[in-house]
Design a protein around this ligand. Sequence first.
Ligand code: 26W
Length: 806
Amino acid sequence: MKNNIIDNLILTAKNEYCKELEELSPAELHECLGRAMMGEITEKWAKAKKNHANSRRAYYFSAEFLMGRMMYNNLYAMGVLDQVKKLLADKGIDINVFEEIDDAALGNGGLGRLAACFLDSAATQDVPLDGYGIRYKYGLFKQSIEDGFQVERADDWQSFGDPWCIRRNEDTVIVKFADQVVKAVPYDMAVIGYGTDNINTLRLWEAEALNDFDFLQFNDSHYDAAVQDKNDAENITKVLYPNDNQYEGKVLRLKQQYFFCSASLQDIIKRYKAKYGNDYSNFANHCAIQLNDTHPVISIPELIRLLELDGLSFDAAFDIAQKTFAYTNHTVMSEALEKWDINLLTDVIPDVVEIIKNIDARLVADLTAKGLNVPVECECACAKADAKKEKEPVKTKLDGMRIIDGNLVHMARLAVYASSYTNGVAWIHTEILKDDVLKDWYAIYPERFQNKTNGVTQRRWLGLCNPQLSELISDKIGTKWVRNLDELSKLNDKIDEDLVKQFNAIKLEKKQELADYIAKHDGVQLDPNFIFDIQVKRLHEYKRQLLNAFSIMAIYFRLKEGKLPNFTPTAFIFGAKAAPGYARAKAIIKYINEIAKLVNNDPDVNDKLRVVFVANYNVSYAEKIMPAADISEQISTAGTEASGTGNMKFMINGAVTLGTFDGANVEIVQQAGEENNYIFGARVEEINELKNNYDPKAIYEANPEIKKVIDTLIDGRFTDGGNKTGEGSFAELRQSILEGASWHQPDHYFILRDLPDYIDAKLKANTDYKDRIAFGTKCLKNTANSGTFSSDRTILQYAKELWKLM
Ligand code: 26W
């Protein structure tokens, strides 16, 4: 096998580039090796496709697939990584050259990376699951840091070639908008399972014009018009929207969603009809479709529309759609819940709007029959409410559940109503959906709600990124964990001083590797003997990077004042991209960088404290970071982070969690023990109470340390690039905490409530670290009890409990 690949590689290099191996550029080598590997799997892939056609199967619809670098992953999945590494070395080529190939970053963060982990797990666990999405020309922007500010550049990932995708012209379909008709051209990526012959498919669509070039226009000297259609079509899949948890009601975004949903459904229907003809009675048995958040929810009316076109009645089509689809919710942030303006929808896809109206009418009939067309009960039995009621039209329970509510089409409501299941992505998140975000729906359709706690693939997030720890684990318990992460629990009995020492040695090695990379990539020197305390994730106020920053300032002041004589030297490492239009998030990046500049250059503290904000945090960077953390920062306000998946990657690699009782942290601590982690801060119930009764300004006034820390935003020591101190983006950050803003209360995310607890927890961990054996034991306990956070477990639960594939 491995020799075939190398022979194939040499041949491809000759045929494609007329070059010997050693003459190839990294991109050329990547292209040739990728093709050689594809050549190896052709038959297996074809066979797997045939198998899938004969069984019930599932499709994962997602606007994002954050695949990361594919080369190492595919070599690993094929089981030839080490051999190919050696054979390349024999030719004088270092396999690390592929680090020059950029990630395929067709996703923003958690939701997109989860989709990628699911594909990997499904392929490995022989679950017939294929992905459908968009082949964006430009993925998530590349970030650089200039003078402490985030600067964005386009991510032209295809400039490195894409040997993994095969264009399938023969499966091109047409997608129609009111003002535009385009081709959808599929590109197929093989998703290679580990330790199995199964190969699944990720099909990504690219938009193209029906006619690239209008010759008549050109002859008339209308040069721009001649290529207008081409540009308009290609714009649809030109770029990934960089928002994470912030809805943007733009026409182009709607076109992207409808484009890939319509194309994918046409594709599925074509495949179905080839087998069953025009009889749709078996459709919902033939396949299940999982909707990854609301971005693909327009699929529901689109499937109904397509079935109606083929002669089905609305009721029959609705019934099939409802059985076929299931919906996963990934966020409780109200600003992230998609609500399309019905006029905009009508301008772009009027026929689909007609179907949505019919679905809404059906909802009204259903809920009226259930007796919900009644006034909402007043929760506060006061006269004021009664008086108010008289003036306003009476609101009914049903009004608050309408899919078409005024001018807005609520995509989450559509999803819950017209699908078979709705799931959250961690235990606490599903509870919040049931008692808060979707509580009216849960009251009526309790049987539709399920929890599916997220997971991550241990092949990328342990096997590939941490070969040293992998080897230690395999030495102790064998290699079964690669396909069954529950095996890790066998480590529990083997943890002793000797094993902890070996673990600590590996951790130090991974920290040294990361330090070397950060020095090269970001120009900051770190000592691997420092504690590595790491927060990496998208930048968002609810994730509270600002809380972390404030705690560092508090520690800085205490160190300066000699109040922390026994402080264990610590490097605080951040990585995060801010949505380009999210001013406050960008201000927080600048603030962290200002802190880094202050701390790293202050000889009073810089032998104990370092701060670094690494640029362009992405999947490949994460692979270097996860194994090197001592402390994993998971500090979102309780009730805001749906699950988190970075928390799981850190845990598997043996870091302790410093976190709130939020998202999957709750389950992490349940598995690994509260005594092996550092949990702090207000819990959901307290936060809910505080929402009516919270005075951050009082905390600020009463606590001189907090006051001093918050005032670093305006006391003149830092610059935010604004004109004058006190007027720029830092002052606005401070204002948002102390005074609030028109659209939110002061300190919306309860930073000041949690700050003292947080500092205490951080310092507790800092002290505990001194006992290297005790702390290393905690880390190893986390690894040993992380089995349940494999996406293999998650995907098997989806397959059994939602898709009924097994
Ligand atoms: C329309 C704008 C928009 C874009 C992306 C809204 C919402 C999103 C995503 C749903 C945000 C997201 O990535 N959510 C994350 O999903 C992860 C996988 O389930 C969870 O682990 C994270 O907690 C959640 O924030």
